[in-house]
Design a protein around this ligand. Structure first.
Ligand SMILES: C[S@@+](CC[C@H](N)C(=O)[O-])C[C@H]1O[C@@H](n2cnc3c(N)ncnc32)[C@H](O)[C@@H]1O
Length: 414
């Protein structure tokens, strides 16, 4: 019969090995209803469904009677409450307690936007294909194809989802301006600071020729069709097309890769076009984990440390883990707690919440799903997009798809 090693149980239930041997002693004395397995002179807990239930309740009971000194108590810094809205704080609390993670999107607010700018400045200057130079190369190489899908329309609205600092789209905007077809440039981002950065850059590059419109939205659950109503009802509507951009691999960081596809699909009109760029799964992309402050680093990049610092979780309380999970096909950055931590959130008045995290528990700070090129196209197709075109950078390290939404034959697909 399969059985658990004591260490496995300690890890699984976030308890000490001593607690596991106490449970075994209790079972021997008939005080806990656990089936044991004898191996030589040692007893182990059998891996059975019935034992699973008893173990859960033993672990829960142990937690209930722990004294306050067991936890290292921390309270988020005052800036935390200035940066995030109550709704976002509640979302962070839920994500920490239910999923053991802080969603990456919260790393881009305020100083987090500066971290992204610094990263982009490095990306632009280094000689390898990264999200920035890969996207620029793909757009540049495919300008004639993009023009073809814009179908000679006189007005092109560019809607840039997760706009970042807008750098990847600079040349495309220049091209549309030159052709005299650029109508509106709309940037959507979770981070108001990122939108300010994009606005500043557009002004610097194009002065009054391009007016940047920035909107704070979460693209995983908010549509953008409301921003286009005037254009789509205007008398020039049949000469207007919306070019939607999802650049730099933003969806690979979401809990599910396809989280944003539904609101995007539902916001697009008949002739509209979606350009999506990201790093596909390759041997090189699995090997090369550019997540630290410098390429190849194993310590936490500033943007990951930023959110932990805001939560007031000191470096001495965790160890960084960076790697690739081959089973899930996912790169990750997480921290493993060296002590049990209780985070006390105080949103004013009686609005208080506590999140308790066990010693040995991990907080996930970053994930990037790895999909190969055919999987990326399949995911877009599952979300009902019509595949129009795909392209790889010369070195095969960055990928672009162009999709539409019109698919009358499939209209009744379940
Ligand atoms: C990986 S960066 C890509 C930026 C830019 N498109 C590029 O290619 O350089 C992700 C951007 O999307 C924003 N973002 C992340 N999650 C988001 C969400 N759920 N809703 C809206 N914006 C989000 C971030 O603030 C950041 O600006």
């Amino acid at each position: 019969m399969p059985y658990f090693k004591n260490r496995q149980l300690a890890e699984k239930y976030h308890v000490s090995p001593k607690t596991v041997s106490n449970w075994i002693d209790q079972a021997k004395e008939g005080k806990a209803d656990l089936e044991l397995i004898q191996k030589g002179s040692y007893s182990y807990v059998a891996d059975t469904p019935a034992n699973g239930v008893v173990l859960e309740s033993l672990a829960a009971k142990g937690k209930k009677y722990r004294n306050a000194a067991y936890f290292k108590t921390v309270s988020p810094r005052p800036e935390f409450y200035e940066i995030y809205s109550d709704r976002q704080i509640l979302d962070i609390i839920t994500n920490l307690s239910v999923h053991g993670e802080v969603p990456l999107q919260y790393n881009y607010l305020q100083d987090g936007a500066k971290n992204w700018e610094d990263r982009m400045a490095r990306f632009e200057s280094e000689g390898v294909t990264n999200s920035l130079v890969g996207t620029i190369e793909l757009i540049q190489d495919n300008l004639a194809t993009i023009d073809r899908f814009l179908k000679g329309k006189k007005k092109v609205n560019v809607i840039d989802l997760g706009v970042g600092n807008a750098r990847p789209v600079k040349e495309l905007l220049g091209h549309l301006l030159e052709r005299g077809v650029l109508n509106r440039y709309i940037g959507i981002d979770i981070s108001p600071t990122m939108l300010e950065v994009a606005n500043r850059n557009i002004e610097k590059w194009y002065g009054d020729a391009v007016k940047f419109e920035g909107y704070v939205r979460d693209i995983t659950n908010e549509q953008f069709d409301d921003l286009l109503v005037e254009d789509m009802l205007d008398e020039d509507a049949d000469q207007t097309i919306n070019l939607v951009l999802l650049l730099g691999g933003t969806p690979v960081n979401f809990r599910s890769f396809n989280d944003a596809f539904k609101p995007i699909f539902n916001s697009m009109h008949r002739n509209d076009v979606l350009i999506h760029t990201l790093k596909p799964d390759t041997h090189a992309s699995r090997r090369y984990l550019d997540l630290g402050p410098k390429p190849g680093s194993i310590s936490l990049a500033p943007n990951f440390k930023y959110i932990l610092d805001l939560l007031n979780i000191d470096e001495s309380l965790y160890e960084a883990e960076l790697g690739f999970d081959a089973e899930k096909k996912m790169r990750y950055t997480r921290v493993r707690l060296k002590a049990a931590v209780e985070i006390q959130f105080d949103l004013g008045g009686s609005k208080k919440r506590t999140v308790s995290l066990e010693k040995g528990e991990a907080i996930q700070l970053y994930r990037a799903w790895h999909l190969d090129t055919s999987e990326i196209i399949a995911e877009l197709s599952k979300a009902r997009f019509t595949f129009l075109h795909a392209s790889l950078t010369e070195d095969g390290q960055y990928f672009m798809t162009i999709s539409g939404v019109e698919n009358r034959i499939d209209a009744d697909r379940p």
